[in-house]
Write a protein that binds this ligand. Structure first.
Ligand code: 3PG
Length: 357
């Protein structure tokens, strides 16, 4: 089965319902991080150039309370504070070729997250074709991801295809292959560990995830964060799996890795031909505990290995270094967080399956 691409289709004069992921931080009514928005521009421009009438739809995580208006302002495009209804239909019926409009947060309607059949059908009625460029939201079985493609011809956008191609590379990597998993949420990351323990040559587990290992080794982790529900016993003595050899702590909690760990990681990265990284190595939001994450970002960016990084916190940390200049040095920076992890552990996503023909 193939995933149809937006690249070669004729959309002139057609109404294109374009699902994007504009779930971005908004502070004081302004877009605080434009990374994801910018990555959707190539698909928007392609459709615009081809003379489509573009109806952008997206969610914001905090549902009914939040609005996408700041994103429309950022992009300098029209905005309708509704997802459905007369006002939307009237606007869409008058759109010109190349026109763009952004509709209100899909999650302002609770049927979006419930994958309501009627909601999906009503959304689909707005467009002649559907394009999914929200790879980073495609792990959600929501109406705008899996429901709409049942009603109108559906295609993958350029960012979606780029994410798919690059993340798929991890299933067939160059060796030696290093996987770095950090941050929290071991529940999701355990699936990735389970899958990649067979594929990777080395897996470094850092951040709060490592606390589970320390605890399992019988070490006192004090007030450090850990995930009591996750059983990592079988990975403890796996020679592929490595954890920090030293740590930085404050107030009885482990908050970063230490210099010997960074040195060790440098040696492993330098031996690797493929590096995949998701999750910070410490409490990077505080300058004093950002060193592990920042140093790793610099080491990976400076290595000739193919490098793929992803996850909201990882990207936020990497973007802070040298005014963001480092970002260009990674082979691929994923816009996905949860979707990246689910794709890596499952090999597919509901949103991918929904596009297959
Ligand atoms: C994300 O930020 O990972 C995606 O936009 C999905 O958001 P969600 O976790 O609120 O579904």
């Amino acid at each position: 089965m193939k995933i149809p691409s937006v690249k070669n289709i004729n959309v002139k004069g057609k109404k294109v319902l374009l699902r994007v992921d504009f779930n971005v931080p908004i502070k004081n009514g302004k877009v605080a991080d434009d990374f994801r928005i910018k990555r959707t521009i190539p698909t928007i421009n392609l459709l615009k150039k081809k003379g489509a009438r573009i109806i952008l739809i997206s969610h914001l995580t905090d549902g009914r309370a939040s609005t996408l208006r700041p994103v429309a302002k950022f992009l300098k495009i029209d905005f309708i504070p509704k997802t459905l209804g007369g006002e939307v239909e009237e606007y869409v019926s008058k759109m010109k070729n190349g026109g763009i409009v952004l509709l209100e947060n899909l999650r302002s309607d609770k049927r979006e997250e419930k994958n309501g059949a009627a909601f999906a059908k009503e959304l689909a009625k707005l467009g002649d074709i559907f394009v999914n460029d929200a790879f980073s939201a495609s792990h959600r079985k929501h109406a705008s991801i899996v429901g709409v493609p049942k009603h109108i011809p559906a295609f993958a956008g350029l960012l979606f295809l780029d994410e798919l191609k690059n993340l798929q590379a991890a299933f067939n990597p160059k060796h030696p292959f290093l996987l770095v998993l950090g941050g929290v949420k071991f529940g999701v990351k355990l699936g990735v560990l389970k899958k990649f323990v067979k594929i990777a040559d080395k897996i470094f587990v850092g951040g709060a995830l490592a606390n589970n290992f320390f605890r399992e080794q019988g070490l006192d982790i004090g007030k450090s964060i850990f995930d009591g529900k996750t059983d990592i016993k079988k990975y403890l003595n796996n020679p592929k799996v490595t954890i920090p050899v030293d740590i930085k702590e404050k107030g009885g909690a482990i908050l970063d890795c230490g210099p010997n760990t960074i040195k060790m990681l440098k040696e492993i990265v330098n031996r690797s031909k493929f590096v995949l990284w998701n999750g910070p190595l410490g409490n990077f939001e505080k300058k004093e505990f950002a060193k592990g994450t920042e140093e790793l970002a610099k080491i990976i960016a400076g290595s000739p290995a193919m490098s793929i990084i992803g996850g909201g916190d990882t990207i936020a940390a990497a973007r802070k270094i040298n005014g963001g200049a480092l970002m260009k040095k990674f082979s691929f920076v994923s816009t996905a967080g949860g979707a990246m992890l689910e794709f890596l552990s499952q090999g597919t996503l509901p949103g991918i399956e929904a596009l297959k023909r």
